[in-house]
Design a protein around this ligand. Structure first.
Ligand code: R1P
Ligand code: URA
Length: 252
């Protein structure tokens, strides 16, 4: 380990070893930190650094840290890398993804792996290296998902960097270009797209940690229809509970 990797306080997220738990839930939207905290006992909020919010609390006897990265693979991998340097070896990204049929808006999508169309994962390993989720973590997630009532799908995600250039078209020509990309994605049988999963899976594997992604499908890839606020609020509660139950069910 390098000097930075041995440091006791992470450079960008600003938290110390004592302020984090044994496993981390990686969240995009910082507003979700307050909401997931309601599912933890004795939540403690370390000072916020660069808008990167964290909370550490207890669930079923395990100390869990939830950390918000905002959006995109570069910053998500910085947050994972810094938490790794503080000793965390289990990472679960939870959030939202675009739904590719058969996944529908409101379904859960679990990444077994991801197509690497992001740039950040290349800084950890060359493109031939696969982005694969951790088997034990996904087994725990599958068990918990099977016990729940929400429809879920497990399969391959696709991760892209360009939200308005590769995922969600605002105008005519761009929408058409993205539309043909969506046909390719469907032909490959991907179940969801996002902006972080492939980078997190590769970074975790290379560092020697386990990682996966569980998302709510919130945007229909073809119609660009979005989930309603009410439906998202309900799905988010189930997402928190599923993630926390699965992560705490894992052997240490
Ligand atoms: O999972 P959440 O935080 O909702 O984020 C998702 O929405 C953002 C925009 O696409 C990306 O960061 C994506 O992964
Ligand atoms: O369209 C979407 C929705 C969620 N996350 C994404 O990356 N894209």
């Amino acid at each position: 380990m390098t000097q930075e990797e041995r440091s006791d306080r992470a450079w960008y997220i600003g938290v110390s070893r004592q302020e984090v738990g044994d496993a981390a839930i990686l969240i995009g939207d910082p507003a979700r930190i307050d909401r997931i905290a309601e599912h933890l006992d004795d939540p403690v909020f370390p000072p916020v650094s660069r808008g990167l919010r964290t909370v550490t609390g207890v669930r079923a006897g395990h100390r869990i840290t939830a950390a918000a990265f905002g959006m995109g693979a570069p910053i998500a991998s910085i947050v994972l890398h810094e938490l790794y340097a503080l000793g965390i070896r289990t990472f679960l990204r939870i959030g939202t993804a675009m739904a590719i049929p058969p996944a529908r808006i409101g379904d859960f999508v679990l990444a077994d792996g991801a197509l690497r169309a992001d740039g950040t994962s290349n800084s950890y390993a060359p493109l031939g290296y696969p982005a694969i989720a951790d088997f034990d973590l996904n087994a725990a997630l599958r068990q918990r998902l099977a016990a729940g009532s929400r429809t879920w799908h497990a399969g391959i995600f696709g991760t892209w960097d360009g939200f308005y250039t590769e995922m969600f078209g605002l105008s005519g020509a761009r929408r058409e270009m993205i539309g043909s990309l969506k046909q390719d994605i469907e032909r490959m049988g991907l179940i969801g797209t996002d902006m972080e999963t492939s980078a997190l899976l590769v970074a975790a594997r290379i560092l020697g940690a386990r990682a996966s992604t569980l998302c709510v499908a919130t945007v229909d890839a073809h119609t660009q229809e979005k989930i309603s606020e009410d439906a998202m609020a309900r799905a988010e509660v189930e997402l928190f509970e599923t993630a926390l139950d699965a992560i705490t069910a894992l052997p240490a």
